[in-house]
Each structure stands twice: as C-alpha cells, then as structure tokens.
Design a protein around this ligand. Structure first.
Ligand code: AMP
Length: 222
C-alpha cells in the first residue's frame, strides 16, 4: 500500500505521517529529510532550503527516484510526505510506480489556515538525531529539552522563521494547491480539518482511510 500525505507547511503532516507509518507499517519517505541530507554537501541546495524555496521540481524527482531505486528496491508500502508537491512530480512518480506494477492507494490532505500553520511552525522543534517532531505548545518535549525517543538535541529548523515561512506558503499556493485540485478531480481525497488535536486529526484520517483501503483491496483482488 502506498499513501501520499499533502498539506501546507505547518499542517501537521509530518506528525501524522509518523503515526500513519507506524499504524499501517509503511516506510516513511520524507523528502525534506532527503533534501536536508543533500544540503549538507551542496551549498546551492542549502541556500534554496534556508530561503524556504523549493528545489527545482525535476531535480527533486530525480533525487526521490534515485532514493527509491537504491533504498527501496521492493517499492512497496511507502508513505510519501513532502512529495509530490507539483502536478508533474505526481505524474512522474505515478508513471514510475505503474511501471513497477504498483499504485498510489490513497491521498491524504490536511487543511489548515496560514495563520494557524505559522503559529505552529514557530513553536516546532525537531530532534537533530532521529527527526522526531515536537511542538512547544501542543506536543511538548520532556523538560530536559532532549528527544524522548533517542535523547537527541532538539532544534528549530533553519527554514522555520517568519521570512522563510512566507516564501514556503507562496510556493504552496502556487504549486501544491494546484496539485490538490488536480488530484481531487482524479480520485477521492482523504480530506481532514487539521485545526484540531493530533489525536482527533489522526482518528479522522484513519477512519476515512480504512474504508478507502478496503475498497482498494477489493479492486486489487478482482
Ligand atoms: P519539508 O520538510 O517537507 O517542509 O521540506 C523542506 C524543504 O525540502 C522544502 O522547503 C524544499 O526546499 C525541499 N523539498 C522537499 N520536498 C520537495 C519537493 N517535492 N520538491 C521540491 N523541493 C522539495
């Protein structure tokens, strides 16, 4: 089973993606992490990311496909977070999966306002080691300010500042919103209101996903 999770920056998709990957036993592919690894060695990518901009769409597609070829030869059971962000990235990935006899089973879309998302992003902290996500208000780390999972140091992402958040939203409005509209015409989206607690959002997603997955498995059996 392959799932895509979409939503604006700060919609909580990273947190929901972690929970969903655990529940459905999926490999969590977060393209922000792939990009951050590349940025450690590539000055151009580092600058793009720190400004809150997106990596050129085709270049990012190649990084993701390379990653899938190298790390996920079986190409099964993946939760895609952060990719695709463009219609062309979706088409490229869909063609790639189709060629391997695989498919996208569901697309989850988390909706939140820019105001709420900005507030959340500014209080987000990420473990520098295992990448676990915290929020100082809604999902606080232990008082030691160390990761509860691995003890790593917690940091503010370099693109989690007001100027970069504004740019990230502009990219989202210009590109990913079009992808959401494009996908909504092609298939039933698992659309949820993200302005609720982590548990409530998760419960809504899993409820809707369960019925979609059942349909998708029925189709596969035929
Ligand atoms: P994220 O952690 O998903 O917010 O991604 C962080 C950054 O990684 C983005 O702001 C982009 O610079 C880069 N990135 C991640 N996924 C993509 C993508 N699908 N297309 C282009 N750039 C991406």
């Amino acid at each position: 089973m392959n799932i895509i999770i979409l939503g604006p920056p700060g919609s909580g998709k990273g947190t929901q993606a972690e929970l969903l990957a655990e529940k459905y036993n999926l490999f969590l592919l977060q393209t922000g992490d792939i990009a951050r690894d590349i940025a450690k060695k590539d000055e151009r990518i580092r600058k793009i990311m720190e400004a809150g901009e997106l990596i050129p769409e085709e270049e990012m597609t190649l990084y993701v496909i390379d990653f899938l070829k190298d790390e996920r030869k079986s190409l099964k059971n993946i939760l895609f977070d952060g990719f695709p962000r463009f219609v062309r990235q979706y088409d490229a990935m869909n063609n790639f999966l189709t060629m391997k006899g695989d498919d996208i089973d569901a697309v989850v879309y988390i909706d939140v306002s820019q105001k709420e998302a900005t507030k959340r992003i500014l209080s987000r902290r990420v473990c520098s080691n295992c990448k676990k996500i915290y929020n100082l208000e809604t999902n606080p780390p232990p008082p030691s300010m160390k990761c509860s999972k691995c003890g790593g140091d917690l940091r503010l992402r370099k693109d989690d500042n007001k100027a970069a958040i504004k740019v990230r939203f502009e990219f989202y409005e210009k590109n990913t919103k079009k992808l959401v509209e494009y996908l909504a015409k092609k298939r039933e989206l698992v659309k949820v209101d993200g302005e609720r607690s982590i548990d409530d959002v998760f419960a809504s997603i899993t409820k809707k996903l369960t019925s979609l997955i059942a349909k998708s498995e029925e189709k596969r059996k035929k």
